[in-house]
Write a protein that binds this ligand. Sequence first.
Ligand code: BDR
Ligand code: CA
Length: 334
Amino acid sequence: MNQPHKVIYDTDPGVDDAMALYFAMAHPDIELLGITTTFGNVTVAQAATNALYLTAIAGQSIPVTQGVAAPWCMPVQAPPAHIHGADGLGNLEGRVLTHNTLDPRSSAQFIVDMARAHPGEITLVAVGPLGNLSLALKLEPRLPQLVKQVILMGGTVLEPGNVSPVAEANIWNDPHAADLVFTAGWKLTMVGLDVTHRVILPVAMFKRIAQAQQHLATDTLHHAVGFYAHFYSGLYPHVAEIHGCFGHDVLAFIFLVNPELFTLENGRIRVVTDGLAQGQTIMKRKDFVPYPHPGWENDKPMSQVCMHVQAQACQEVLERTLSGPWLTTQERAA
Ligand code: BDR
Ligand code: CA
């Protein structure tokens, strides 16, 4: 058997973040070394609380850190409670008592420490605003050489945005941090709306998973996805048809374990940091054109971007993984 992918998961849970977390915990080819939290779908304090809670109820203790609370150069936005719930997990009615505690390091420091301890081995899967990664780059300028790769959920090339006609939420939330991450020079794959808007997951699938794996963790996920799907089904008629939601963050992990399900395009990516197009991810798709406008020189690193996805196959991978025997204790809310 191949060695599992060593992963640090940078996240703002968040319903699709929770889905992705459980996919990573359930998948035998993924070894989660830590969960670094950031503001985004909720405050960073709530994100850390949720990461601790989700891991604890699933019977695991994985290091969780608290990271940046706000964007670099602009005021923090109010979290989107109408999408993820005020608590980030679809307004859970009651939480059981759990005992996992925070790692005292900042998220950025944790990333740096782990990258130094495992040079060339770590994949950073980042699915929130990118402040933790950009701060880690400042703490350790050799980080691009120390990590194996970065896979991020964020941005869009051709698909319209979800917070403006051109911007995706994670990038828009901290565009200065995102531009630094796209130009840092590591192996980077962008899993953006071009593919995440193609994968619509029915709530019925999460009900089947909760029935197959009768456990508080799968019940919690089913509840959260129900809330989240209400938002997406209210917005998009084609999503309402199957009463579902977009999988967004989980696609970053599916790319890690099943890259053959995605079609890639290479290009240099820059982020618009302010104005009407704030958060737009622009890809230079014709690399042979020597544009006179500054910022597109050939010393800017290339990224790979997921442009197409086999949606049905992704859904099957997700359901198969979450329905497997990854939860050891039989726990269920009374
Ligand atoms: C991204 O924004 C957040 O709401 C989701 O968790 C996902 O990371 C989608 O645009
Ligand atoms: Ca997220």
